[in-house]
Design a protein. Sequence first.
Length: 150
Amino acid sequence: MKWDHLGVTNVLLLIITVLMLVLVAQQPRNQHPVMSKAPNLHEMGQAPQVGHSNVNPHANMQEAPSAETDEGFNFQNMIFAALACPDDATITLADFGCEGEEATKRREYVENIYKQGLPPRALFDEIIQTFGMEALTDEAREIRQNNRSQ
C-alpha cells in the first residue's frame, strides 16, 4: 500500500483523536477545577473612585459592600470609562493615568450632569454636544452608532 501525504495526515489525526479520548475518559466526571477555584465576586473589593490616584483599591476588601454596590454598578464610572482621555486616547477618563486640566474639567462636567438624573442616552447627548463625538472612546462611539440605528 502506498502512503501519500493526505493518508499519513489522516492516520496521525486518528491516533491523536484516540489518545485524547482516552485522556478524557480517564478524568473524574464530578471535577470542575475552573468552577471550584473561581472567586466569589461579592467578596472582591470595590473599584476605586475615579480621580483619586492615591486610593488603594484593596484597602476595604474586608468591609461590607455599600448600598451602591448592592444596587448595581456606578453608572457615572461607566461614563468615565466611555470617554477617551483628552491627552492620551489610548486610555479612558476613568484611568489613573488620565490627568491634566482638561481631564479634570471633563470629570467635573460629567459629575454635574450626572446629578441631574438624566437617562443614559441624554447624558451622552449632553457630553457629545459639549465635547464632540471625539470625546468618546472608539468602542463607545460604535455602541452609540449601533444603538442609534435600531
